[in-house]
Design a protein around this ligand. Structure first.
Ligand code: H4B
Length: 325
């Protein structure tokens, strides 16, 4: 098992944790963390619902067996699942104009016009990928739940977004304690269609390759506050850019209201801010714009100490290490 063996040594002799050097090696980056499992955690709305648990397990087993290059499995969603999707979609729609950033509205509109995202049915990953490939080269691949930050971030380096394929519980359509299809497809996909968000995500991913645990923690925190829960200001109003907000009716309203604190996005500060993962955030970071967030993130990235350079080659979808003198 090569997974946890450190196989690189820098010139100074320090060990660099294993990381994928080619997109196919993401097959080894699917380690899940168990948190909010419906089998064991009473806070999960599916807790005690044997039918739901079996369905989630079935979809997760399918995802676990996926290998890079395989055709993406087709999933036959049930009537009930389509109905839950529709209820969430329509409710979120009522906040789009007032609470979401311009990029989200534009990209969602294009996705809707092409029939990729609609309230009527849960889309297939294959169809989403055709769209995303054309826009930013991002690609979804199925995964089986909440991944470790290290594995999740490594996939972003290759513009791969690991995506759950199960849906939240029908008894709690407007909130889910774990990532689900609504979060991935309605929250992330329109934003991964934006070239600036795509680049920011890949930058965070590339910085994570071979990083120390402490650096991973910092990068995961920046990711959390900008890609998941970030806000920006448009025409003087707070608007959501983060997928965690774009897929959660209640928190979207809360985040843009004057109840929580709002601080200017500054990766150095953001990276060490503690966050809440079981309730609404008490504090959100606000970027001036997506451009501004990307520039600040790149400055932060280049200041992170690392004894080697990483070069991503999109033609071979691989990463090369270069020595620093
Ligand atoms: N796993 C899945 N399946 N989906 C996600 O959106 C995330 C994940 N987000 N694991 C990750 C963790 C982030 O919250 C950071 C990088 O920890």
């Amino acid at each position: 098992d090569l997974k946890n063996i450190s196989i690189y040594k820098s010139d100074k002799g320090e060990e660099i944790p294993w990381f994928p050097r080619h997109i196919s090696e993401l097959d080894q980056c699917s380690k899940c963390v168990t948190k909010y499992e419906p089998t064991t955690d009473p806070r999960h709305p599916g807790h005690g619902d044997a039918t739901y648990i079996a369905r989630r397990q079935f979809l997760n087993d399918q995802a676990v067996n996926f290998r890079h290059g395989d055709p993406i499995p087709y999933v036959e969603y049930t009537k009930e699942e389509h109905a839950t999707w529709k209820a969430v979609y329509e409710k979120l729609k009522t906040l789009h104009e007032s609470h979401t950033c311009l990029s989200y509205r534009k990209n969602l509109k294009m996705l809707e016009e092409e029939g990729v995202l609609t309230a009527e049915k849960i889309p297939q990953i294959v169809d989403v990928n055709k769209y995303l490939m054309r826009k930013t080269g991002f690609m979804l691949r199925p995964c089986s739940g909440l991944l470790s930050a290290r594995d999740f971030l490594a996939s972003l380096a290759y513009r791969v977004f690991q995506t759950t394929t199960y849906l939240r519980h029908h008894g709690s359509p407007h909130h889910s304690p774990e990532p689900d299809l609504v979060h991935e497809l309605l929250g992330h996909v329109p934003m991964f269609s934006d070239p600036l968000i795509a680049q920011m995500s890949q930058d965070i991913g590339l910085m994570s390759l071979g990083a120390t645990d402490d650096q991973i923690e910092k990068l995961a925190t920046v990711y959390w506050f900008i890609i998941e829960f970030g806000l920006c200001r448009e025409d003087g109003k707070l608007k959501a850019i983060g997928a965690g907000l774009l897929s959660a009716y209640g928190e979207l309203m809360h985040a843009c209201s004057d109840v929580p604190d709002h601080k200017e996005f500054d990766p150095r500060v953001t990276a060490v801010q503690t966050y809440e993962d079981s309730d609404y955030q008490p504090l959100y970071f606000v970027a001036h714009s997506l451009q501004d967030a990307l520039i600040k993130l790149r400055e932060y990235a280049s200041s992170m100490p690392r004894s080697y350079g990483v070069i991503y080659d999109p033609l071979t979808q691989s990463v090369r290490l270069i020595k620093k003198v």
